[in-house]
Design a protein around this ligand. Structure first.
Ligand code: SF4
Length: 279
């Protein structure tokens, strides 16, 4: 999948006498030598004793505070989640950018499963922006009723379709300013569309899972999605921004649950300052 070029190079932590490398193993080995962050206890004698670093061996006991420490954690998180979820992708069903835009609007406060049960009827009845722009609001409300907040969502869908028809010849635009000018579309939705329908990495989708995991992993303490997005962007290669959101969302849905995260089996527990503190 084509993606935009990266804005920074991957983290490269050099070991004396070795070439730079970007593997988790290299990062982990430097962590064991106490190079990550002063005051962060790590398994300093792991190399000397030949102790194997496993996902259960804690590398970081406290939240990473410096930029370098956060980069190290971010690199390990990305590598381990890529390995854990090689097929991570957007779990909304869609065939084109218009369908993804409709599905994403409906996904607010609703599960992707429920949205995917709802959209086939919507797309069958209103297959493009022109058709949806002419729709009777009440009919759209009935179709999307089960997704919750159905009156507001129906209003957004029809308003969005009318704006697409009037201002973009019925096509979904591919820039954040144009997208967030559409009814019912905020920055999160705009990032979903750009990253998945257009393969443009202009930002990072910050939903409830990305918020929760970013904080638990100590990558940010920002309280709001905009602040979290700004904090995450410099920590991850730009070409991975869309994938990063999928990986964090998949991990949040399958392991790092909101109430009882499954830390015992989590591939991130070695670098997670919240491991075993939430259950
Ligand atoms: S499941 Fe536990 S160890 Fe894994 S990321 Fe969540 S809080 Fe951290």
């Amino acid at each position: 999948m084509a993606r935009n070029g990266g804005s920074r190079q991957p983290v490269s932590v050099k070991r004396p006498g070795t070439a730079s490398a970007t593997t988790t193993a290299h990062v982990a080995n430097d962590a064991t030598k106490g190079k990550v962050e002063k005051g962060v206890p790590v398994k300093r004698n792991a190399r000397r004793t030949g102790q194997k670093l496993s996902q259960k061996a804690p590398l970081v006991a406290k939240s990473p505070k410096t930029k370098v420490a956060k980069l190290v954690v971010a690199t390990i998180v990305l590598e381990r989640l890529k390995a854990e979820y090689p097929d991570a992708h957007c779990e909304l069903d869609y065939q084109n950018s218009f369908e993804l835009l409709c599905a994403t609007i409906l996904s607010a406060q609703c599960t992707d499963v429920r949205v995917n049960l709802t959209t086939p009827a919507l797309f069958l009845r209103f297959g493009n922006a022109g058709a949806l722009a002419e729709a009777a609001l009440g009919e759209v409300e009935e179709i999307v009723r089960s997704t919750g907040f159905f009156r507001a969502k129906a209003k957004s869908l029809v308003g969005m379709a009318r704006a697409l028809t009037a201002q973009h010849s019925g096509n979904v635009p591919n820039s954040i300013p144009e997208l967030i000018a559409l009814p019912g579309v905020g920055r999160k939705t705009a990032n979903v569309i750009l990253g998945n329908a257009f393969n443009i990495n202009d930002g990072i989708v910050v939903d409830t899972h990305v918020q929760r995991l970013s904080r638990r992993l100590g990558l940010t303490r920002e309280p709001d999605p905009i602040g979290i997005e700004k904090a995450l962007m410099p920590l991850f290669p730009r070409e991975d921004w869309a994938l990063l959101s999928h990986l964090l969302i998949w991990h949040g849905r399958r392991v790092c649950f909101a109430r009882k995260p499954a830390c015992a089996t989590c591939v991130l527990r070695a670098v997670c300052p919240s491991a075993d503190t939430l259950t």
